[in-house]
Ligand binder design. Structure first.
Ligand code: ADP
Ligand code: MG
Length: 152
């Protein structure tokens, strides 16, 4: 497990952008943390790192559940705040995304834990001060252990 503290939204974007550089097709990132923790800011940084042109326009897709962005690898950005697991899996063919060619990132991921892929990177974000946030990286599976430990 690895923990990183950032001291501004810009720093969070920078860290996320660097992480994006190590991601590839089919990766799955589960973001957890309260409202205002910085989940969406983190996704903006991912989008930037993946070369998504309008990454600054990435926002919480709360009312649409999913937004897709085209980059070096496509980014599937989910926000499941307003939906429960049952509705989520009934309404949407999520497997197409979770096991698809893009990178999936889910805000409020703990709400749909039972349908996660077997391996994923869990990122728990918490407030550490007004403009400080703590990011805990919890790898599930070998792929993500290597990623977190800087071996891939
Ligand atoms: P969430 O998606 O988790 O609800 P957002 O990413 O939308 O949260 O919002 C995070 C808020 O916290 C933004 O207003 C951002 O400017 C602010 N913020 C302050 N410090 C940080 C930081 N270090 N990292 C990320 N966001 C921060
Ligand atoms: Mg958000």
């Amino acid at each position: 497990m690895k923990t990183i503290t950032t001291n501004s939204p810009e720093e969070t974007m920078q860290i996320a952008s660097e992480i994006a550089g190590k991601l590839s097709e089919g990766d799955f990132l589960a973001l957890e943390g309260d409202l205002g923790a910085g989940k969406t800011v983190f996704v903006k940084g991912l989008a930037k790192g993946l070369g998504v042109e309008d990454h600054l326009h990435v926002n919480s897709p709360t009312f649409v559940i999913l937004k897709e962005y085209a980059g070096r690898v496509d980014l599937y950005h989910f926000d499941v705040y307003r939906i429960d697991q049952e509705h989520f899996s009934d309404t949407l063919d999520y497997r197409k995304y979770f096991y698809g060619k893009g990178i999936t990132v889910v805000e409020w991921a703990d709400k749909i834990k039972d349908i996660f892929p077997e391996e994923y990177l869990e990122i728990v974000i918490s407030h550490a001060g007004e403009t400080s946030r703590r990011f805990e990286f919890l790898p599930h599976g070998e792929r993500y252990e290597k990623l977190v430990n800087g071996e891939s």
